[in-house]
Design a protein around this ligand. Structure first.
Ligand SMILES: *[C@@H]1O[C@H](CO)[C@@H](O)[C@H](O)[C@H]1NC(C)=O
Ligand SMILES: *[C@@H]1O[C@H](CO)[C@@H](O)[C@H](O)[C@H]1NC(C)=O
Ligand SMILES: *[C@@H]1O[C@H](CO)[C@@H](O)[C@H](O)[C@H]1NC(C)=O
Ligand SMILES: *[C@@H]1O[C@H](CO)[C@@H](O)[C@H](O)[C@H]1NC(C)=O
Ligand SMILES: *[C@@H]1O[C@H](CO)[C@@H](O)[C@H](O)[C@H]1NC(C)=O
Ligand SMILES: *[C@@H]1O[C@H](CO)[C@@H](O)[C@H](O)[C@H]1NC(C)=O
Ligand SMILES: *[C@@H]1O[C@H](CO)[C@@H](O)[C@H](O)[C@H]1NC(C)=O
Ligand SMILES: *[C@@H]1O[C@H](CO)[C@@H](O)[C@H](O)[C@H]1NC(C)=O
Ligand SMILES: *[C@@H]1O[C@H](CO)[C@@H](O)[C@H](O)[C@H]1NC(C)=O
Ligand SMILES: *[C@@H]1O[C@H](CO)[C@@H](O)[C@H](O)[C@H]1NC(C)=O
Ligand SMILES: *[C@@H]1O[C@H](CO)[C@@H](O)[C@H](O)[C@H]1NC(C)=O
Ligand SMILES: *[C@@H]1O[C@H](CO)[C@@H](O)[C@H](O)[C@H]1NC(C)=O
Length: 851
């Protein structure tokens, strides 16, 4: 025997042994199967299982087919079924088989598995492992399966054509494996508990029939991937939680059946859907689709569009303002918040969130601040020609600022700060207050032509907000500046120019306190980062400390800004500032500027802002304010504002009262800061404000809608501050549902009685004693009174102070010492400043005096 011969013999023997071993194996499993199912089919007896009904074997006697479909069988399957190594078809659908489904792993020849309509109880985790030529797998209608998720192992079943598992208790996400399943045409997973988004790999797949409808919790995310699934014929996605707009489906020319009902879809139904040539069934009901009612071009058999947010109830164009606003929404990806409140064809019917109109039903204000919107700024804003205020700040907007915004004739405020905008900054007319801070990609930093909206200026711990004179200071710098020196402004000269009553003007008595830039550099450690108290749109505020421990707040303006406003206005501002001296108004101590530096000096308020104490006390590891402290703060603020309003002959309106502009000393007594928006008020009459400014959430309705400004706008804002002291809530809280996100509107709606007060009161407050509750109740009533819709129904600040004073009186003894503290601080500051008298740059420090 030669070597070769020998080898063949051994091989032959081996394969014979292997075969006989394996067929014996098949026989054992078939015997088990015959006893585990019932009733056992009548032909299933004897050893020759290849002859049994429903069984087919190959020429070696291995089982290749088990077809027991629709035979009313009950019972279970043997656990070692996967030892039938040559099995190609397993068809068990339409029975009542129960128990665990045995694994089919490593059945390398398995092509078809049909298990629908049984009562299996569980799926093995390695079910699909190594099933490389599997083409059909279906296990629909096995509703008692214990929850299972789609295994990643399917990625190797690259021959899969059909995968059906409707109502099979699947949970979890759809794995992103479809890039490998290039032959998959039918994917049907309806009535399960799938979550997550449509996988991106759907994009390159050949799926024709896609059924993922009626998930328990719902698939979510957008439908965008559908636009690249160009083979699609049937798309059933209803009963999920999909959001965003229906994507452009113009490439999906085979689409005939589109079921998208019962989702959260928003946006317009575009022509790309309406003109699909083969569309026969379309269901879009119960979404939030917007714009005109769609009209379908093809011969459509079944249309369901009910219950959406279309502008009209029949086909037709939407109103021009509505059209423009929808385009605006589109650039933001049609956020749900708009789709839910922007109903009907009248943007000015009062229901539309974010939008304020004037009495002519023209949109005057759009406020998207802090909504976490992504997307771009639509040029369609340019079609809202009455727009005065546009707040887009604190979002995630990209793209450029449309040039068309510069031609809006009434625009006064445009805030795009804190976004991710890019491109050039258009040049706005000087009337427009424009802020674009914190957009790293904008090229060519803008030239602010007015004070930044101080509402954006938030500071950290202990400081004085320094926007008292704010940007306008630069005019004096430009005009009066010579060499490296700062010249003192004589306030009385300025005041004479604007003809105010001189007897009312506190003149700077000892007056000429001077301080050099160098000294300010020194006390702030050369403006070191460690000394930063806060950052705002116009610059950085530093804490300065003299050797003797005296502290000041130094605001260092950003350089490179140009001031384009007139001199006159600057003079008015200085005059106002020198007039408003009061123990509850923060004082500007002076300023200084040279070529490179513009510095403002304020008294230092060690406890920072009221908003920190109301909203951030946990993070700052401080105690929440007690009710006593809150009443005392309210009274202090009330007194400060009363003073502003009631100066003889002339009264001033703060216009931006809010917790961020209320500063606290160590004694927790309050001062109003930030007079950057202070306005001269014509007594009793409305003044139509040309430059709207302030902060949403605190603005009186007549002011935000029509720009009418009287002292009553401060009373309104003060009422909102009272509500905040009571509830500890933000004026605009995006985390709250829409009906309660605006504090003032919500608070005015809730019925306030002593009994139900407790529910609304800040949880940080101790409300156990009756006295406190009584006091809170009175302040709540006052807050409602102050925020009455009609300005003339609101009380004046004198009345407010009279209500608050007795509530505070209980704690009067506290007050005496606190007033002393106040003056001591000022003395040492003045001395410190005086010590620097002989330096080159000068600063005008106004004497604090006692109003
Ligand atoms: C299973 O058998 C039924 C009839 O008994 C037949 O109609 C069906 O086509 C078979 N299925 C497969 C996959 O062979
Ligand atoms: C299976 O069916 C037989 C009759 O066909 C019945 O006697 C038996 O109780 C059933 N078994 C189960 C577990 O339902
Ligand atoms: C399926 O099995 C469950 C228990 O797992 C049982 O309650 C139910 O009656 C069964 N359904 C059918 C149709 O046999
Ligand atoms: C797919 O097959 C490859 C090679 O055949 C193997 O390495 C991999 O583990 C398999 N992956 C899964 C998820 O089964
Ligand atoms: C996909 O499903 C349809 C209808 O259920 C069927 O007619 C078609 O043959 C299936 N295609 C494949 C590749 O299994
Ligand atoms: C659906 O799936 C989620 C998680 O994906 C799970 O929390 C929830 O309990 C499931 N619901 C049911 C009824 O199984
Ligand atoms: C429309 O939607 C509302 C709220 O989602 C629902 O209560 C109502 O049943 C829906 N109407 C129809 C006709 O589906
Ligand atoms: C904006 O106005 C222009 C010119 O009046 C018009 O062509 C365009 O369609 C309008 N766009 C929107 C979104 O209303
Ligand atoms: C309303 O329209 C009239 C006429 O067009 C105009 O004179 C008036 O100024 C408008 N009022 C407002 C508040 O825009
Ligand atoms: C803002 O939106 C992003 C996605 O666009 C989301 O991940 C994030 O949680 C959102 N943040 C807030 C505060 O809603
Ligand atoms: C901002 O938008 C970009 C792109 O639109 C997105 O990738 C990013 O996650 C968003 N960031 C936040 C915080 O929402
Ligand atoms: C702004 O865009 C850049 C680049 O597109 C990105 O890296 C950055 O995360 C974005 N910032 C925010 C806050 O989304």
């Amino acid at each position: 025997m030669d070597y070769h011969h020998c080898c063949s013999l051994i091989l032959g023997l081996t394969s014979f042994l292997l075969i006989s071993f394996s067929t014996a194996d098949d026989a054992a499993i078939m015997a088990k199967l015959s006893t585990s199912i019932s009733p056992t089919p009548s032909t299933w007896y004897g050893n020759n299982f290849c002859e049994w009904k429903g069984i087919a074997c190959d020429s070696f006697g291995f089982v290749v087919t088990i077809n027991l479909s629709h035979m009313s069988l009950n019972g279970t399957l043997p656990s070692d079924l996967h030892s039938l190594r040559n099995l190609r078809t397993l068809a068990l659908q339409g029975n009542s088989l129960s128990g665990p489904l045995p694994t089919l792993s490593n059945l390398a020849f398995l092509e078809q598995v049909m298990l629908d309509g049984n009562n299996f109880t569980s799926i093995p985790s390695d079910l699909f492992y190594g099933l490389t030529i599997l083409q059909i797998f279906s296990i629909s209608d096995n509703s008692h399966l214990s929850p299972w998720s789609l295994p990643n192992d399917l990625i190797n079943s690259t021959n899969l054509r059909t995968f059906q598992a409707n109502q099979a208790n699947i949970y979890g996400t759809i794995p992103d494996i479809f890039g490998s399943l290039l032959y998959l045409q039918n994917l049907s997973l309806s009535y399960n508990n799938l979550t997550g988004s449509l996988p991106a790999s759907f994009g390159g797949s050949q799926i024709i029939n896609l059924r993922l409808d009626n998930q328990l919790q719902g698939l979510s995310g957008t439908l965008d991937v559908l636009s690249s699934m160009t083979q699609l014929s049937q798309v059933w996605l209803k009963g999920n939680a999909f959001t965003g707009a229906i994507p452009d489906l113009s490439e999906c020319t085979e689409l005939s059946d589109l079921q998208l009902g019962d989702n959260q879809l928003t946006g317009l139904v575009t022509d790309s859907i309406m003109s699909l040539p083969k569309l026969a069934y379309i269901n879009l009901q119960n979404n939030k689709l917007q714009g005109p009612v769609p009209v379908f071009g093809s011969v459509t058999l079944d249309i369901n569009l009910q219950n959406n947010s279309f502008c009209l109830d029949k086909p037709g164009k939407c109103d021009a303002q509505v059209t423009a606003l929808l385009e605006v929404a589109g650039a933001l990806g049609y956020p749900m918040s708009m789709a839910e409140s922007w109903l009907g064809d009248d943007a000015c019917d009062g229901r539309w969130d974010f939008v304020v109109c004037n009495s002519n039903n023209s949109v005057t204000s759009v406020n998207f601040a802090k909504q976490n919107f992504s997307g771009t700024i639509s040029p369609a804003f340019g079609n809202l020609t009455s727009l005065r205020m546009l707040s887009l700040n604190d979002n995630n907007l990209t793209g450029s600022i449309p040039e068309v915004l510069t031609s809006l004739p009434d625009l006064q405020l445009l805030d795009v700060s804190n976004n991710n905008l890019s491109g050039p900054v258009p040049v706005f007319p000087t009337r427009v207050k424009f802020s674009s801070d914190n957009n790293n990609l904008l090229s060519g930093k803008p030239i602010p032509n007015h004070k930044i909206n101080p509402s954006r200026v938030e500071f950290s711990a202990g400081l004085v907000i320094g926007i008292v004179i704010s940007g306008v200071i630069f005019v004096i710098v430009v005009v009066m500046f010579v060499s490296n020196k700062c010249y003192r402004v004589n306030p009385s000269k300025l005041q004479s120019k604007i003809s105010v009553d001189h007897s009312e003007i506190p003149s700077s008595k000892s007056g000429n306190l001077m301080i050099s830039v160098q000294v300010l550099q020194q006390v702030t450690d050369n403006f070191s980062d460690e000394k930063v108290l806060g950052r705002g749109g116009f610059g950085v505020v530093y804490k300065g400390e003299f050797d003797d421990g005296t502290k000041i707040a130094v605001k260092r303006m950003k350089t490179g800004m140009k001031e384009t406003k007139g001199m006159n206005e600057f003079e008015v501002e200085i005059a106002v500032l020198t007039k408003v001296r009061h123990r509850h108004l923060v004082a500007l101590l002076g300023y200084c500027a040279n070529d490179n530096e513009r510095l403002l000096v304020y008294e230092y308020m060690p406890q920072g802002t009221l908003s920190q104490h109301l909203f951030k006390w946990r993070e700052q590891k401080s105690l929440p304010l007690s009710w006593k402290q809150r009443v005392s703060i309210a009274l202090d603020v009330g007194r400060g504002v009363e003073y502003l309003h009631s100066l003889a002959q002339q009264s001033f309106i703060h216009r931006d009262l809010k917790p961020a502009n209320i500063l606290l000393g160590d004694d927790m007594r309050a001062k109003v800061a930030d007079f950057g928006l202070v306005k001269n008020a014509p007594d009793g009459k409305y003044s139509i404000e040309t430059r709207l400014a302030g902060t949403f959430g605190y603005m009186a309705p007549e002011y935000s809608a029509a720009g009418r400004v009287t002292t009553k706008v401060d009373v309104y804002s003060f009422g909102v501050v009272l509500m905040q002291l009571i509830t500890g809530r933000k004026a605009l809280d995006e985390t709250m549902p829409y009906e309660s996100c605006q504090l003032a509107a919500w608070f005015r709606r809730v019925p306030v009685t002593k009994e139900n007060m407790v529910k609304y009161v800040d949880k940080a407050l101790d409300t156990n004693d009756n006295e406190t509750l009584e006091s809170i109740f009175k302040v709540a009533e006052l807050a409602k009174h102050c925020t009455t819709r009609e300005p003339f129904h609101r009380p004046d600040m004198g009345y407010v102070v009279n209500i608050l004073r007795p509530l505070f009186e209980q704690w009067k003894p506290l007050r005496q010492e606190q007033e002393n503290t106040y003056y001591r601080r000022h003395m040492s500051l003045s001395q410190a400043l005086q010590a620097d008298d002989n330096t080159s740059s000068t600063i005008d420090v106004f004497q604090p005096n006692s109003f």
